[in-house]
Design a protein. Structure first.
Length: 156
């Protein structure tokens, strides 16, 4: 039986990415016309690493940054979200191994300022880290959001 890859190995596996392609067929109904980029996992991680303490970024800003970087119309929302999730788990894995400087994944929010419950530690851990950096997190229904996140949004 094959050994499972670690999160850090998954992050380092670029799988021949990034790739830019034309938006065609079924994708055009959802995304319109133009081109899209499927970023490399490490590109998403690099964008997440740029966010300084006291600031936040959403996956939308990361996608906009990656699309601009590759001169594409949009960046694929599905793969960008998956690679952010991998980057978060790779950072948590590195921290567990003793690394001091890790990707600050808790500063990456979903669209609308929502905490990503799939990140390591879940909402409780993310909330604690964000509040330690001076943010206020409130519950809205089942979601947890950073209050006035737009005010501290980091532009990549």
């Amino acid at each position: 039986m094959a050994r499972r890859k670690t999160w850090r190995e998954k992050l380092a596996d670029d799988k021949d990415l990034p790739k830019v392609a034309r938006i065609e067929g079924a994708l055009s109904r959802r995304w319109g016309s133009g081109t899209f980029v499927i970023p490399a996992p490490r590109e998403v991680d690099a964008a997440m690493r740029k966010v300084p303490k006291g600031r936040v970024v959403t996956t939308h800003e990361i996608r906009t940054h990656l699309a601009r970087k590759h001169r594409a119309t949009i960046a694929c929302p599905l793969t960008t979200g998956i690679f952010a999730w991998i980057a978060a788990h790779a950072a948590d894995e590195a921290a567990a191994a003793g690394a001091k400087r890790i990707t600050p994944y808790w500063r990456t929010l979903k669209t609308g300022g929502e905490l990503n419950p799939k990140f390591p530690g879940g909402v409780a851990a993310l909330k604690a880290r964000l509040e330690a950096e001076g943010h206020r997190v409130v519950q809205k229904g089942k979601r947890h959001v950073v209050v006035d996140f737009q005010r501290v949004l980091f532009q990549l």
